[in-house]
Write a protein that binds this ligand. Structure first.
Ligand SMILES: Cc1cc2nc3c(=O)[nH]c(=O)nc-3n(C[C@H](O)[C@H](O)[C@H](O)COP(=O)(O)OP(=O)(O)OC[C@H]3O[C@@H](n4cnc5c(N)ncnc54)[C@H](O)[C@@H]3O)c2cc1C
Length: 432
């Protein structure tokens, strides 16, 4: 079958990879000069299979005022004259309920752990892949007792859901956190405890995407990449997508996969389909490690500050911040300074911060935190969109499941909780 994948971020690339492995003829279309140059470029590097609880949670309510008013808050709302933003925020607040959040966690854990199995299978099958993958383990640290207590309840909840021999989460007190991650010493006295999960991984999402792209190209000379090519719209006739209009002309195939990150919302809307995706802008900085003893070996998350730290092949990647304020991808000096200040405060001697590369990207987020996967209301159009803060983590399971569906098979992992209501031919459906 001839399949066109719209968007060559990590999600589109993973989908194209499995489609190519299944023997389909794949074309990737992307406006950039190469793969993974937008949200997938310099993200936090976390393969966060077990830390999937969504941002939409009842704990959001007391934080709303700081999000609105404090310039250094990890999450910030910047009002825009854009109905999409307000609609998304209302849907987000509606999703901040315990039952909804627990349901989302349950579905994301299933997808996350399916991704973990696929990642390890991929590494075993293809040892030449080289994208700074490490089984680092992850330690999420908490600065107040109530948050740690809530984390303990989450650990108990997840323990009942995950059936994976390698999966074990431990709640640690402050001294135990310092013992397993001595580089946290500077935060001694501030951290009350943490949750450690040895089975979590880290890797470089950009290098991962580029490696998979090489495999796609090597699989068949018929697989094609249309880079530096803008997608202008989908052509729909009688409930069926019949082509894609691009700056390189019209492209046609037997199936189309929408995987265009934040722009998926606009492309879908032009075709009459409403997808509740809005950008959550985040930042990262990547600095060469100057003192290996002062840099964390584990992947560390500072829960209250919503900042992640990962070692990626001799560099320290620091990522965080979620600004709800439109599609502008430029780097705001004050937000970057917040991130840099946190990194210098937590791991002062770890890296040459003055040489840090700064980056900002847009997480394609749904209000609930669940991606939208599977069929669309239009025949021949499939969706792999809205992965928010977990696109790297979930890319393999989402891509494998989409390739199964397009090949006429049942998806290898159940997709309930992620699909649009109705089926192909039910145009006008919407999801959140
Ligand atoms: C600061 C930050 C930290 C993060 N940390 C993590 C992490 O640690 N772990 C994790 O799992 N996830 C993380 N994420 C989230 C993750 O990076 C995203 O979920 C993921 O990259 C989304 O991938 P995507 O392929 O859907 O979108 P993108 O990577 O944005 O890909 C979409 C592609 O579509 C192309 N495109 C869009 N519109 C058009 C058009 N009209 N014409 C042509 N091409 C088009 C774009 O050029 C782009 O290449 C983080 C994100 C940010 C911003």
């Amino acid at each position: 079958m001839k399949v066109i994948v719209l968007g060559a971020g990590v999600v589109g690339i993973a989908t194209a990879y499995y489609l190519a492995r299944d023997g389909h003829q794949v074309s990737l279309v992307d406006r950039n000069q190469g793969a993974a140059l937008e949200a997938s470029y310099a993200n936090g590097g976390q393969l966060s299979y077990s830390y999937v609880a969504p941002l939409a949670d009842p704990a959001v309510w007391p934080k709303l005022v700081p999000w609105l008013l404090s310039p250094s808050s990890p999450v910030r709302f910047r009002p825009q004259l854009d109905a999409r933003q307000w609609r998304w925020c209302l849907q987000f607040l509606a999703a901040c309920r315990s039952l909804r959040s627990a349901e989302t966690t349950r579905h994301l854990l299933r997808l996350g752990h399916a991704s973990r199995r696929l990642m390890h299978q991929l590494l075993a099958d293809d040892p030449a892949l080289d994208f700074a993958h490490a089984n680092s383990g992850k330690l999420v640290v908490y600065r107040d007792a109530a948050a740690l207590e809530s984390a303990r309840r989450q650990v108990d909840f997840q323990q009942r859901l995950v059936r994976d021999d390698d999966y074990r989460q431990e709640v640690l007190d402050s001294a135990a956190c310092m013992a397993i991650e001595p580089a946290l010493d500077r935060l001694r006295g501030e951290i009350v405890g943490g949750v450690h999960t040895a089975s979590e991984d880290t890797a470089d999402c950009y290098r991962f995407s580029v490696d998979l792209l090489d495999r796609i190209r090597a699989a068949s000379p018929e697989n094609r990449c249309f880079f530096a090519t803008s997608i202008n719209g989908l052509s729909v006739r009688q409930g069926e997508v019949v082509g894609v209009e691009t700056s390189a002309g019209r492209l046609e195939a037997d199936a189309y996969v929408l995987a265009a990150g934040c722009d998926s919302e606009r492309l879908a809307r032009r075709a009459g389909l409403s997808l509740p995706i809005y950008p959550l802008k985040g930042y990262s900085l990547t600095a060469p490690i100057s003192d290996p003893k002062a840099a964390p070996t584990l992947s560390v998350t500072d829960f209250q500050r919503k900042i992640v730290y990962a070692r990626l092949a001799g560099r320290l990647r620091v990522a965080g911040i979620a600004d709800i304020g439109g599609y502008d991808c430029s780097i705001a000096p004050r937000r970057l300074a917040t991130l840099l200040g946190e990194a210098r405060g937590a791991f002062p001697g770890a890296a040459n911060y003055e040489q840090a590369e700064a980056w900002a990207g847009l997480r394609p987020a749904t209000p609930s935190g669940r991606p939208i996967l599977g069929h669309s209301p239009y025949r021949k159009l499939w969706l792999n969109v809205g992965h928010g803060a977990l696109g790297f983590t979930l890319s393999l399971a989402s891509g494998r499941a989409l390739a199964d569906l397009i090949g006429g098979q049942s998806p290898f992992v159940a997709l309930d909780g992620f699909t649009l209501p109705g089926g192909p031919g039910k145009a006008g459906a919407s999801a959140c």
